[in-house]
Write a protein that binds this ligand. Structure first.
Ligand code: MRU
Length: 348
């Protein structure tokens, strides 16, 4: 497999054993690392999107739990996990990673503190390494859907900055690019927090893949002109029937893609699949601070007195999803994710 690496460490370990994250609130202006040690610091980083993207927050929570509560008494580990779990409700990778950590914490509860800490650190590192491996596997499988010359539209950031590896939606593009495919990527700006303009455009530019930023409302006219061959996005949670929660605006793109006959592909690791949620109606959608909509960089842009609608995610019905690319392969409709499918071991 070609050597494809993330442009920068996004989530991992500091040399002294702390949780190290890239502070994504500073991008694209500044590449700034932060080392975090307490549950409060880590929860705040997840809540404020210093670290973000479903897989990355799962990895951050796992490492964070090991760092902040590694050798602590079992009750304190449970409390710390509950605090981290409550930071963001939609991305199921967060719950998936913390559940794995708690299985280890409970199994080692009777051991001495250093052994309990080591066990949590080892599990967190396994979660990090597996996420990187799942990204590569998604890239390998998904590259089969990408042809040289394609104009590909994506939304939000489901790239390296959202994972511990090369991303999910962008992974097939990185693999195809490494094999010589000539691609043109269109990145929706992604209001209100601009993950597309700030993050996707940054990492694609770093990788030398031509990228064009457009505001979210411009995608329709681009598709109407025949300017898009493929839409590929990530996911925060995929229900058992294939309904997909992802960044607000994804559903609109899926409707547009259907109308214009453009394939709409979702790429996500099995840690994003929630087979215990029957369909999208049961997915809790995070509601965020109105100031994210009324203000830009601290400057008010919406009229005072207006109310605000600010869900962070929407649900795309499975009927609009052409294919789901996972680390285990490409899944075609009808989508049926069995209750134990997310628990199978990830690729070696
Ligand atoms: O609010 P964010 O920036 O965490 O939202 C991120 C997304 O919606 C991504 O598309 C999703 O988490 C998949 S990341 C591989």
């Amino acid at each position: 497999m070609e050597q494809i690496a993330p442009p920068v460490l996004v989530v991992g370990w500091a040399p002294d054993g702390a949780l190290r994250i890239l502070d994504q609130r500073r991008l694209p202006g500044e590449v700034m690392m932060r080392d975090l040690r307490t549950v409060e610091e880590i929860a705040d980083a997840i809540r404020t999107l210093a670290v973000r993207g479903a897989p990355a927050i799962g990895v951050a929570a796992a490492i964070g739990l090991a760092v902040a509560a590694g050798g602590a008494e079992p009750e304190e580990v449970e409390r710390a996990a509950a605090t981290l779990r409550a930071t963001r409700p939609t991305a199921v990778n967060l719950m998936w990673a913390l559940d794995r950590m708690l299985v280890v914490a409970r199994a080692t509860a009777s051991r001495a503190a250093p052994a309990r800490r080591d066990a949590l650190r080892e599990e967190a590192e396994r979660i990090r390494a597996q996420d990187a491996a799942m990204c590569l596997a998604i890239g390998e499988h998904g590259a089969a859907l990408v042809e040289s010359g394609m104009r590909v539209l994506t939304h939000c950031n489901a790239g390296a900055l959202a994972t511990a590896g090369i991303g999910t939606a962008l992974a097939p593009l990185y693999v195809a690019h490494a094999r010589g495919a000539k691609l043109q990527v269109f990145a929706d700006e992604t209001r209100p927090l601009l993950q597309g303009a700030r993050l996707t455009a940054w990492e694609l530019a770093q990788a030398g893949i031509p990228v064009t930023v457009l505001t979210d409302g411009m995608a329709a006219s681009l598709m109407a002109r025949g300017g898009i061959d493929l839409v590929i996005v990530g996911a925060d949670r995929i229900a058992a029937n294939g309904d997909v929660a992802n960044k607000i605006g994804t559903y609109a793109l899926a409707v547009l893609a259907k109308y214009h006959g453009v394939p709409f592909v979702v790429a996500a690791p099995m840690s994003t699949v929630d087979p215990h949620t029957a369909d999208g109606s049961a997915i809790v959608i995070e509601q965020r601070d109105p100031a994210e909509v009324t203000h830009l960089n601290g400057v008010r842009v919406a009229a005072a007195g207006a109310m605000v609608y600010n869900p962070a995610f929407d649900v795309t019905p499975h009927t609009l999803v052409t294919r789901i690319v996972t680390d285990r392969g490409i899944v075609a409709p009808p989508y049926v994710f069995a209750p134990n499918s997310a628990l199978l071991p990830p690729p070696a």
